[in-house]
Design a protein around this ligand. Structure first.
Ligand SMILES: NC(=O)c1ccc[n+]([C@@H]2O[C@H](COP(=O)([O-])OP(=O)(O)OC[C@H]3O[C@@H](n4cnc5c(N)ncnc54)[C@H](OP(=O)(O)O)[C@@H]3O)[C@@H](O)[C@H]2O)c1
Length: 243
């Protein structure tokens, strides 16, 4: 059983909720953040049943919300940060992996939708990481994981769909390697992870993995990370992915 502290964004449902459950079951103190704690019914139930889970509000794309979070945390050490919160479309929050989102197709691109997607999927995880660096430096573990996507790989791209979503994750991957290189001398391990195709609101019920299966695999990858792996793009299976 671990006595480390982990902070997870987007813990209200899907992969974030499953990661919260998985890490809490291994004895981690989990700071589960979500933008609307009042409506996060499953997360509240989990926190009620397991005192290792605490809930704090965080809208990752809102600077004031991030500032409130850091004020609540004070100088509490954090061992691991997982930037999980993400959206599939800036035009419609209910777009699943099976849908066609016109705002991302050449011919009907919507710049406002792109900006929203990049704000949540690319810029927000960087701002959250930056804001929590003092807390991460107070612990020895110093691990940061970005939840990216297979669609963030340019090398593996085989269809011209979800252009904005994939671009937001490819940009996140670039930034992750940059942060990894910048923080290497301070003994940080910073990686970007592909959780697989997961049965969540975003992934759709047709996806390959249940949230618990994906979370168990991500937990294994994250807990086994070595300093040599910093800056890598890693699949839930542990396989290294091409950019
Ligand atoms: N499912 C898949 O097949 C799949 C595949 C590859 C990558 N991913 C990635 O995995 C991560 C989790 O996705 P998921 O499948 O679990 O999606 P999901 O079920 O749609 O859940 C998304 C989570 O992100 C949160 N979120 C969205 N915008 C936020 C914001 N501004 N501030 C705070 N939280 C916010 C949501 O909170 P609310 O409940 O408040 O909306 C929710 O907790 C994402 O980064 C996604 O891109 C998923």
């Amino acid at each position: 059983m671990s006595h480390q502290t982990i902070l997870i964004t987007g813990a209200s449902r899907g992969v974030g909720l499953a990661l919260t459950q998985a890490f809490a079951a291994k004895g981690y103190a989990v700071i589960a953040t979500c933008r609307n704690p009042d409506t996060a019914t499953q997360l509240k139930k989990l926190a009620h049943e397991n005192t290792a889970v605490s809930i704090l509000p965080l809208d990752v794309a809102d600077a004031a919300s991030l500032q409130s979070l850091t004020a609540s945390l004070g100088d509490q050490p954090i061992d691991i940060l997982i930037n999980n919160a993400g959206i599939s479309s800036g035009a419609n929050p209910h777009v699943t992996a099976l849908d066609n989102d016109a705002s991302q197709n050449i011919g009907t691109l919507d710049p406002a939708a792109w900006e929203k997607l990049f704000r949540v999927n690319t810029i927000a995880p960087l701002m959250v990481t930056q804001a929590l660096l003092p807390n991460l430096k107070k612990a020895e573990t110093r691990k940061i994981a970005m939840i990216s996507s297979g669609w963030g790989s340019i090398a593996n791209m085989d269809e011209g769909v979800f252009m904005a979503y994939g671009s937001s994750k490819a940009a996140l991957n670039y930034a992750t390697k940059s942060i990894a290189l910048s923080l290497q001398t301070e003994r940080f391990v910073v990686v970007t992870l592909n959780p697989g195709w997961v049965q969540t609101d975003m992934g759709s019920p047709k996806a390959d993995l249940t949230p618990n299966e994906s979370a168990a695999r991500l937990l294994r990858v994250i807990t086994m990370l070595t300093p040599e792996q910093t800056g890598l793009f890693i699949r839930h299976t542990g396989e290294i992915l091409p950019w």
